[in-house]
Design a protein around this ligand. Sequence first.
Ligand code: ZN
Length: 89
Amino acid sequence: MRFWMRWSAWLCLSLMLWTAAAESTHNHPSQTEAASCSICVVAHTASPTATSSNTTPAFTTVALLQEEAADMKARLEFADVGIRGPPVL
Ligand SMILES: [Zn+2]
């Protein structure tokens, strides 16, 4: 890996970690500032819940399996492997 790629990867990783640390530890001296802070607004909103209207599984036929006989020939001949056959008496 080149030096610049490694250096930029470490820079991005450290920026991400510092941003996460700053977001999780910041505080506001007053409630009015906290109300306008986008990080605090997102942190204090209720988390969305997953909703599903279909609670029972639906078992339906998608397709039918149609078997076909496989009639294939062996492509690997005995002489192609390079193994000598049994001795003929
Ligand atoms: Zn905040």
